[in-house]
Write a new protein. Structure first.
Ligand code: MD0
Ligand code: SF4
Length: 361
């Protein structure tokens, strides 16, 4: 299918106003997942290690201008304890996320971040993803040397005008370049879309084709969660933007379309938007990684939702495993993930990191 046909079919998929066709789309996505991955699901632990940030993104409660936010920066000891707990619970990876904390991403504080990556990787034996925002190519190489396997940096949208309204004062190309620098440094890379903010079917279709053509190994979509200090949710009425689940329509369709278009990439179902209650519908749409598993009682926050389902242990391996059991799916093993990681590295090194599928028939 050529680029134009793919763009047309994706546009039609996102533009549908009724949700009748979604069940068939999700069924095809689940079929593609089973064909490529079986029904074994990966689970990622999530540690938001610092909520300080130099940026002022219009969609984020941790934006610089939010003076109400009770910010924190976790110590290496707190991080180590939480990481070991998650490893014991059986997660396959630790995602160390932070705002663009000036202390940790600039100057001598960066050595602290390197040390956190190195200690967590060495003491848990788990692969580590880092999500520090935009940093330099040299810093990305240092994190790779420290033991990081992944770099996550979300564009949110690939429409430059919308980007400017979301990631205020940030450089579109510089953000994209950071992902390319990470791939060049030998890191696996994740990009992500933010949905539910009035994005058009054209924008979503264009984003998926851009993501397909970048050296990404994980691609995601997450619905916007409004806060007192962030953008108001757009008027309903846009295609599929009806009730809450309507506002999830673009996210769920994006998950399914990513699964079909990029069969060899990991596609997350994040617990961070709707908590445990939102897991089933994201897995039914074809996701094969559950992310944002946060240890309870340690004062670690979520990103889109600060506390949702954390201290009552609903964002836990045990709770996720119960949902998987109920769906006839199972948790992958640590060996499954290690094998996939190694095979993915070899595929990328051989220039074969882009298996293509079709989102329409
Ligand atoms: C998640 N809350 O997976 C996390 C976060 C950042 N690398 C991941 C958005 O939903
Ligand atoms: Fe900072 Fe990230 Fe929030 Fe933007 S999305 S304000 S970069 S923490």
């Amino acid at each position: 299918m050529n680029g134009l046909a793919a763009q047309d079919c994706l546009r039609e998929l996102f533009a549908r106003t009724e949700q009748g066709g979604d069940e068939e789309l999700f069924r095809q996505a689940r079929q593609a997942r089973t064909a490529r991955w079986g029904d074994r699901i990966f689970l990622y632990g999530f540690l938001y290690l610092s909520t300080f940030c130099r940026n002022d993104c219009a969609f984020c409660q941790y934006r610089r201008s939010n003076a109400e936010e009770r910010r924190y920066r976790k110590s290496l000891r707190e991080l180590r304890e939480a990481g070991l707990r998650l490893a014991e619970d059986g997660v396959h990876l630790l995602d160390l996320t932070l705002g663009e904390d000036p202390y940790l991403v600039e100057g001598e504080g960066f050595a602290r971040l390197e040390e956190m990556v190195s200690v967590l990787h060495r003491e848990t034996g788990l692969p580590v993803m880092v999500s520090p925002g935009v940093i330099t190519a040299a810093q990305l190489s240092r994190l790779r040397q420290a033991g990081a396997d992944w770099y996550a940096c979300y564009q949110e949208t690939h429409d430059q005008r919308r980007f400017a309204r979301l990631r205020l004062g940030q450089d579109f190309d510089r953000r994209r370049q950071a992902r390319l620098d990470a791939a060049a440094a030998g890191l696996l890379v994740e990009d992500g879309l933010l949905t539910g903010l009035g994005e058009t079917a054209d924008e979503l279709a264009a984003s998926l084709l851009v993501m397909r053509d970048e050296p990404l190994s994980q691609v995601r979509a997450m619905s916007y969660v409004p806060h007192a200090c962030t953008l108001p949710v757009p008027e309903q009425g846009a295609a599929g933007q009806g009730a809450t689940d309507g506002r999830r329509t673009h996210e769920l369709r994006a998950i399914a379309a990513m699964r079909l278009l990029m069969p060899d990439r990991l596609v997350p179902a994040s617990l961070d938007v709707d908590g445990l209650a939102g897991l089933r519908m994201r897995l039914m749409a074809g996701a094969n990684v559950v992310t944002s598993i946060v240890p309870s009682g340690c004062g670690f926050a979520g990103v889109a939702t600060r506390e949702l389902d954390i201290d009552d242990a609903r964002r836990s391996v045990a709770a996720v495993r119960r949902v998987l059991d109920g769906m006839g799916m199972e948790m992958a093993t640590a060996a499954d993930y290690a094998r996939w990681l190694e095979s993915r590295r070899q595929a990328l090194a051989a220039g074969e990191g882009r298996q293509e599928g079709h989102a329409c028939g």
